[in-house]
Design a protein around this ligand. Structure first.
Ligand SMILES: [Zn+2]
Length: 189
């Protein structure tokens, strides 16, 4: 099979698989493992489970079943395991792949490729699939696209999909804050 044929038959599905699960990793980290965002402390939600379910729904995730409080607590642990991948820490990601039993696997009929073990529960399945997606991004030399916002007082992470991987901030508000403080620093100098 030529590379060109592979591009037509499978590459875009693989890309969208990786993109989808990397986005879930971003969501989990930002919802469950961020103490400061946009220069302000983040108050932990009164109901972590409800807040997470709302964030998932907002991003178009449909859940096979309702999340439990225990799921949400375990996913917060998963978020803490995935966060270091956004600052170049590969060792912690490797540990997460092992801990959540990530393994390439064909599920169902017609068979669908996934990276969680057969019989994995929802949390381990998400952890394995999300960790694998981040590993695939890093493993093809695109790790610099997994970024943490560079603005002061912001720990939000994102996947940089700009053509030349030049995005530095989680969004416009942080970009503007950083620009303003750089301007003030220049004026003081
Ligand atoms: Zn930010």
């Amino acid at each position: 099979m030529t590379i060109e044929a592979w591009r037509i038959t499978g590459q875009s599905q693989i890309d969208s698989y990786v993109g989808r699960w990397a986005e879930l990793a971003v969501l989990l980290v930002n919802e469950l493992s961020v103490a400061r965002a946009h220069g302000r402390p983040v108050d932990p939600p009164a109901d972590r489970r409800a807040a997470l379910e709302e964030a998932l729904t907002r991003q178009g995730w449909t859940l096979g079943r309702a999340l439990t409080g225990a799921d949400a607590d375990r996913l917060a642990g998963v978020a803490a395991e995935l966060r270091p991948a956004f600052t170049g820490d590969v060792a912690t990601l490797n540990e997460a792949l092992v801990r959540h039993a990530a393994v390439p696997n064909l599920h169902g009929d017609p068979p669908v490729l996934a990276f969680h073990a057969p019989g994995a529960d929802l949390v381990d399945a998400w952890a394995a699939d999300a960790a694998t997606a981040l590993a695939m991004v890093i493993g093809v030399g695109q790790g610099r696209r997994l970024r943490s916002c560079e603005a002061d007082g912001c720990e939000l992470v994102f996947m940089d999909v700009t053509r030349n991987a030049s995005r530095r901030f989680c969004g416009l508000s942080c970009q503007n804050r950083a620009k303003a403080s750089a301007y003030r620093a220049r004026r003081r100098a």
